[in-house]
Design a protein around this ligand. Sequence first.
Ligand code: 13P
Ligand code: SF4
Length: 333
Amino acid sequence: MNITNDTILEKGFLDLEIDPHLDLFAEIERLKKQKNAVLLAHYYQEPDIQDVADFIGDSLGLAQQASKTDADIIVFAGVHFMAETAKILNPSKKVLLPDLKAGCSLADSAPAPMFKAFKDKHPDHIVISYINCSADIKALSDIICTSSNAEKIIESVPKDQPIIFAPDKNLGAWLNKKSGRNMLLWNGACMVHEIFSLEKITRLKIRHPKAKLISQPECEDAILRVSDYIGSTTQLLKFSESDSATEYIVATETGILHQMQQNSPHKTFIPAPPTNSCACNDCPHMKLNTLEKLYLCMEYEQPEITMDETLRLAAKKPMDRMMEISRAAGLIG
Ligand code: 13P
Ligand code: SF4
């Protein structure tokens, strides 16, 4: 069957019928070997996808894996900017994303033309951008960071150098507080981390007085202020393993609870509730990927991430800088 990106453009994914008797876990394992493909999954993916992945990680860990793989195909179970990052680092490899419409509200909050106009108004500033942004924004940046390495990246810049931080205002404000800087913040936010309810979390804490609140720094200041620990997804996972408490309220996307529970089966993990009527907080973009879409994308090698080479080279420069600083700080091997 000849399937091109055009045939999936409208829906963003392949929707061919799958034999209901197929063991999708076994099929995905078979396809990995047959095609020399590596499957990278973010912690926010559904548990089935995490269980079949070769590597599960946060944004920094996945970028590192993408930069050192010798596979011919990178299948990225995550969102568009993550697969795009893998392509920036690996132009010769085929990069697949199970659903091309798996976007990111945070990345969307920084449209490149508006950001360029903002940047042009502040020519003395350098730009540090959170990896959760498009390749166009990366190309307008001097250094990229993730929530795992942001503090070290900022420390690497001379104190008197003015900085624009984009696109996440909550992460930027938290970094300003920690570093004592006054970075100019782009007004973007993540729809998942921004809607945790302080009131509901406070009520949960009353019912679970021994539970620690652990939060991702994309959360609003009101949540971060009452948190016992703040860190990237990987840092939250590691903290939950090494810390002595046995109960945690987790203020980030619920996908991470799968690994937390697996690694610490004797502990209790409670998803922090959002302000809407849901009990937990799923990222609607991350959760567009399913096991079925993953299987079809590996079988037909579509949808594929492609990128203009001039844009790729411009976006790679600040990524390389991030990798260098992270390596020097001992954050990656
Ligand atoms: P990290 O992977 O750096 O923890 O970021 C979380 C996130 O929101 C990814 O989309
Ligand atoms: Fe984007 Fe937030 Fe979803 Fe992460 S959790 S992909 S930052 S919308």
